[in-house]
Design a protein around this ligand. Structure first.
Ligand SMILES: Cc1cc2nc3c(=O)[nH]c(=O)nc-3n(C[C@H](O)[C@H](O)[C@H](O)COP(=O)(O)OP(=O)(O)OC[C@H]3O[C@@H](n4cnc5c(N)ncnc54)[C@H](O)[C@@H]3O)c2cc1C
Length: 531
């Protein structure tokens, strides 16, 4: 097979890779995107499709106050200035890259909207934003992709909802806003069926729009094509070996290679001769950061599916707490998923039991709110039989059935009910932040996240903490160039997105944070190449 030549080789078709492809074509570069999978979009397609873009032109247009200073202050809360992958210069490069990214997307007909009211995860910290900085795109009919219409990796939402609409569904039984949102979605699904449309939403909609823009601009995209190794000559990365549907081919690159291969799988790879993108970078001396930290979240103990159904919105609602086997609470149930996951994992390790955590709620929670895949008001018999939902007439009986200490649970619930009456959680602060309240029930007062657990029957759901693998990756500089352990850049080699050490360290700081950072640095990498 003949060798291939291009200006820029982009490895991976997630949000970072496709953004690089668009930026490259806009800069007049010949871009080749290689994707090892048959489908385009990577985990970005299955994500909620939000991008955290602080101080963006969209906020300015909508008159939502924000500033460069506030965004930088917020990012400074999480990692020391000396961190190689989150130095102040890199944070500034990200914040300053937001406006050019929005301009790039909008110039290619990728519409963006603010996600109504979705706050930063730590909105009470300096620079935090209580109404949020995340944006999302509109749903799209897959037909617009022509022959590529079946090549987008599927979304995780079962209906064509944007992330902000999906969050509203958690309030269907309790607010008019939720009911109207649900009716609008039903109408959209029905209309799509009548018109024979295949609507994509959330992450899949964003990836479809990016793919469409990249194709219209003339980017070459090769699926079932994996990067095997990087070629380094005369002090720079000048090419790569790729496996194109079992044919090995050499790619000569004139400007550089962008690695956008997503999160690093566990166990972490070590440098080797027959590796992939990450081992290739490590083999060239790339430094790494935060490899020993992992992303964590909480899921239904009974469920194996990936991506997991989120239980996030159920945990933030009133009339629910999470307890360990001793019957005691150990976390703010409405806190960001990484916090709840970390606390639960620590409990699991300490108690050496699984499930170590149980969601305990009463009849009001069951009748009003969705719990993961279980619709409000429904008590699936199958779940009662297999123990993934436990029901009992009294809290004492519930505790005994689940193996929870009944005395501990009784004391916890008595205390919780008193605090819920006042609307203040003295123990863990449930409902104290805007982020917590976003997942609460706005129709519930005085605290939208707190309600007494007093009306039977009572329910329990076993929960399991899970690690999503390392949150670490290779170190990069403010121009997205991969750096060696001594901080010097490896010429011609760029990395963006999940395979890089995170800008916020091991903290999930905002909705769409990872995706927003991947997109901005996808554009910055190309700008540096042509500068
Ligand atoms: C259900 C879900 C929810 C999420 N929620 C959030 C959230 O709330 N906030 C947030 O910030 N992030 C979230 N994420 C993560 C976020 O979507 C990604 O981290 C982000 O989109 C960055 O993607 P990426 O550009 O690194 O590429 P990815 O989307 O990870 O894609 C990488 C691509 O590279 C390809 N690839 C890998 N190796 C090779 C190789 N050797 N050769 C060729 N191709 C290769 C892969 O097949 C894949 O298609 C979520 C993810 C999922 C799945």
């Amino acid at each position: 097979m003949p060798d291939i030549e291009c200006d820029v080789l982009i490895v991976g078709s997630g949000i970072g890779g496709l953004t690089s492809a668009i930026a490259a074509r806009m800069a007049g570069l010949e871009a080749l995107v290689v994707e090892q999978d048959l489908l385009i979009g990577g985990p970005s397609s299955a994500s909620n499709g939000m991008l955290w873009l602080p101080n963006s032109p969209l906020m300015l247009r909508e008159k939502v106050p924000d500033s460069r200073r506030a965004a930088l202050d917020y990012l400074a809360n999480f990692v020391d200035d000396g961190d190689p992958s989150s130095c102040p210069e890199r944070r500034a490069a990200f914040v300053d890259g937001v406006a050019p990214l929005v301009a790039l997307y909008e110039s290619r007909n990728i519409p963006l909207h603010l996600c109504e009211g979705y706050p930063d995860h730590y909105d009470t910290l300096p620079g935090g934003h209580a109404t949020g900085r995340a944006v999302e795109t509109e749903v799209i009919d897959a037909e617009k992709l022509g022959t590529w219409k079946r090549r987008i990796r599927p979304q995780s939402y079962p209906i064509p909802a944007r992330a902000s609409e999906w969050a509203r569904l958690g309030r269907t039984e309790s607010t008019w806003d939720g009911r109207i949102g649900a009716a609008r979605l039903r109408w959209r699904s029905l209309a799509a069926r009548v018109r024979a449309q295949k609507l994509l939403s959330a992450g899949a909609a964003l990836q479809a729009r990016l793919l469409l823009a990249a194709l219209q601009l003339g980017a070459r995209i090769s699926t079932r094509t994996a990067l095997l190794s990087l070629e380094y000559n005369n002090g720079r990365v000048c090419g790569a070996m790729i496996d194109c549907d079992s044919w090995h081919r050499r790619v000569h690159v004139r400007h550089g290679v962008v690695i956008a291969t997503g999160r690093i799988p566990q166990p972490s790879p070590l440098p080797s001769a027959d590796g992939d993108a990450v081992t290739g970078m490590l083999g060239l001396g790339a430094g790494t950061g935060w490899m020993n930290e992992d992303w964590r979240f909480l899921r239904l103990a009974s469920e194996q599916a990936r991506p997991a159904t989120t239980v996030l919105t159920a945990l933030g609602k009133p009339h629910l707490i999470i307890v360990g086997r001793d019957g005691r609470r150990f976390v703010d149930e409405a806190a960001p998923p990484m916090e709840v996951g970390s606390a639960s994992l620590a409990l699991e390790k300490a108690s050496d039991a699984s499930p170590a955590a149980w969601a305990i709620f009463d009849a009001r929670h069951r009748s009003r709110y969705r719990f993961g895949p279980i619709a409000p008001g429904r008590i699936p018999r199958q779940r009662l039989q297999d123990g993934s939902l436990v029901r009992a007439a009294t809290l004492d009986a519930l505790a005994r059935e689940c193996g929870i200490d009944p005395t501990g649970l009784e004391a916890t619930i008595n205390r919780w009910n008193v605090m819920a009456g006042r609307g203040i959680d003295d123990d863990f602060g449930k409902g104290a932040s805007s982020y917590d309240r976003y997942h609460g029930d706005p129709a519930h007062a005085p605290n939208p996240c707190m309600g007494p657990i007093s009306r039977g029957p009572f329910y329990a759901v076993p929960l399991r903490a899970e690690s999503l693998g390392t949150c670490g990756g290779v170190t990069v500089d403010p121009f997205a160039r991969v750096t060696r352990i001594d901080g010097t850049p490896i010429s011609g080699l760029y990395a963006i997105g999940g395979c890089t050490a995170p800008l916020s360290g091991p903290h999930d700081v905002a909705p769409g944070f990872a995706a927003g950072v991947a997109a901005v640095f996808g554009m910055i990498a190309i700008r540096n190449m042509v500068s």
